[in-house]
Design a protein around this ligand. Structure first.
Ligand code: GAR
Length: 205
């Protein structure tokens, strides 16, 4: 059973999807920390309702390395084996990333390596992409860059707005993020260079 720390900044719908999958037994994990860098994050309220250990560490005005040290100490206290960034809008410092090699996951609303950074759905629309989607990947020291675990494509439709496209992508985020975490928790993920190999399920699925 892996201990998972979840880092959020806002709405927390990906956290909800992960939590649902843990609570109904699809993922062999325990959520030992939900941490937000914003006190107003709706996801924090949900985490409290679900009786998870919650921490809010405001990040405003705190430098990246200093903030990462605060995160590291909370994750250590929570005995986190894995860390899921779920709409967490701060970049982690290199020390923290090194402390959890191939153990920090992120969800990003594009088919990486396209449209890194903020407003990925808007970037896809403005670029005129016909297909975008979402990606779960390992976090490394570069932004939206580490090895890709799962992706799901989403066609861009005529008349799509940032809101309509984001909503369709989000439905798939809520599928692939729990699936990726499950694979990690079942020890079915092997990383060879940039390529991620997923071992077949067998009896444990
Ligand atoms: C999600 O769409 C997630 O992919 C995105 O923020 C949203 C958070 O929603 N993350 C990024 O853009 C990271 N670069 P949520 O709080 O409802 O999970």
């Amino acid at each position: 059973m892996k201990n998972v720390g979840i880092l959020i900044s806002g709405r927390g719908s990906n956290f909800r999807a992960l939590s649902d999958a843990v609570e109904d037994g699809r993922i062999p994990a325990r959520i030992t920390l939900v941490l937000s860098n914003r006190a107003s994050a709706a996801g924090l309220e949900l985490a409290r309702e679900r009786n998870y250990p919650t921490v809010c560490i405001p990040s405003k005005g705190v430098g990246r390395d200093a903030y990462s040290r605060l995160l590291a100490s909370e994750l250590k206290a929570a005995r986190a084996d894995l860390v899921c960034l779920a709409g967490f809008m701060r970049i982690l410092g290199p020390e923290l990333v090194k402390r959890y090699p191939l153990r920090i996951l992120n969800i990003h609303p594009s088919l990486l390596p396209a449209f890194t950074g903020l407003h990925a759905q808007r970037q896809a629309l403005e670029w005129g992409a016909r297909v975008t989607g979402c990606t779960v990947h390992f976090v490394d020291e570069e932004l939206d860059h580490g090895p890709i675990i799962l992706q799901h494509p989403v066609p861009v439709e005529e008349g799509d707005t940032e809101e309509s496209l984001s909503a369709r992508i989000l439905l798939h985020e809520h599928q692939i993020y729990p699936e990726a975490l499950k694979l990690l928790c079942q020890d079915r993920v092997r990383v060879e260079g940039r390529r991620v190999r997923i071992l077949p399920g067998g009896a444990q699925t």
